[in-house]
Design a protein around this ligand. Structure first.
Ligand code: SF4
Length: 348
């Protein structure tokens, strides 16, 4: 992995932010693209937030990108361009928690602090036979405290990376490869035949589900876009205006109501695209994209503070967009390439 071959603080920091809740295979090309766009912390601090969000596109959890940008600004403007040297100092920066700060400080600076991520929790819960719920913060602190004397006697960089790799490759969530494991001789879970039942992990509650209507309003070669309010979920990203369909409301009625409320325009419905499902950490949505033509009215501010703007289909590609908007744009592009109008609505 490029950030491991040459573990500069910048490379380790960017990679650790990207790897949170994201697979290594997804991160590899995005990391290469991101550091090509912003080769160092000064370039990142000098960039427009929109450019940072665009380079982050596809990784999700955009708060991480905004925090990276804010932290880069602090490093350049307040720390004279010098990176923090300790985990405690890294933790002062936006978006950097206990795990990330320890990972960066141990890998880039050799500080003897355990980096306890989900993989390490699983390995140690099995190795020590920990029966507490590993999702509880107290369990993480227990493992951190127990690892501390061991890492002090070792090379912190290799110790942390070794444990993480062991969790990723050998002590896997299902069917751990115990015969190949260097910890096998002393592993409590293996000796007591509990490798499948440990660790104990409570499931987060499934959040509510919302049916949404997304308006793809077209005018000549332009389409209407909304930029989400900067401080909310997916803040600063572009999408097509949308609203929640009310309980028992028909799609047709929802389109008319949401168009009036979100844009001020009157529209004629031309058709729908395929529904798009998306899961956020605390709720799920099913989005019905409705393609419309603007027939009158005047643009006015969206009630949630979103910025509305007409853009050409070409300009749309250069804007950082939500995942759902990109999928809707992809469907729309497919319909246009095939030279046909979107399919007619199966409106209720
Ligand atoms: S022996 Fe098996 S369960 Fe124990 S740490 Fe190794 S891979 Fe995990």
């Amino acid at each position: 992995m490029p950030w491991r071959n040459k573990p500069t603080p910048y490379a380790v920091w960017i990679s650790e932010m990207m790897l949170q809740q994201t697979q290594v295979a997804t991160v590899l090309p995005k990391f290469a693209h991101f550091v090509a766009c912003f080769p160092n912390v000064r370039a990142l601090a000098a960039a427009e937030e929109q450019a940072v969000l665009k380079a982050w596109e596809g990784l999700g959890y955009y708060a991480r990108a905004r925090n990276l940008h804010r932290a880069a600004t602090i490093i350049v403007n307040e720390l004279g361009g010098r990176f923090p040297r300790t985990a405690a100092a890294w933790r002062e920066l936006p978006g950097i928690g206990a795990y990330a700060s320890a990972a960066i400080a141990s890998i880039a600076e050799g500080e003897a602090v355990p980096a306890v991520d989900g993989n390490v929790m699983r390995v140690m819960a099995r190795f020590w036979g920990i029966t507490a719920d590993i999702m509880r913060p107290a369990s993480r602190q227990t493992v951190y405290d127990a690892l501390l004397p061991h890492i002090r006697r070792a090379d912190p960089n290799r110790f942390n990376q070794g444990l993480m790799e062991l969790g990723a490759l050998v002590c896997r969530p299902r069917k751990p490869l115990c015969p190949s494991c260097p910890l096998a001789r002393d592993c409590v879970a293996r000796k007591t035949d509990r490798t499948e039942s440990l660790p104990l992990k409570s499931r987060p509650k499934a959040g509510p589900h919302h049916a949404m209507v997304m308006l793809v309003v077209e005018r000549q070669d332009q389409v209407l876009l909304a930029r989400r309010p900067r401080d909310g979920l997916l803040g600063g990203l572009w999408e097509f205006p949308q609203g929640r369909r009310l309980e028992g409301e028909s799609d047709v009625h929802a389109v008319a109501r949401i168009t009036r409320a979100e844009t001020g325009y009157a529209v004629r419905v031309c058709g729908t695209l395929a529904r798009v499902k998306h899961a956020f950490s605390h709720f799920r949505v099913t989005v019905l994209p409705v393609v419309c033509r603007c027939t009158g009215g005047a643009l006015r501010a969206a009630p949630d503070g979103a910025e509305l703007r007409w853009v050409t289909h070409e300009a749309l590609k250069a804007l950082p967009q939500t995942k759902v908007a990109r999928e809707v744009g992809r469907q729309l592009g497919g319909e246009k390439r095939q030279g046909r109008a979107p399919p007619q609505p199966g409106a209720r």
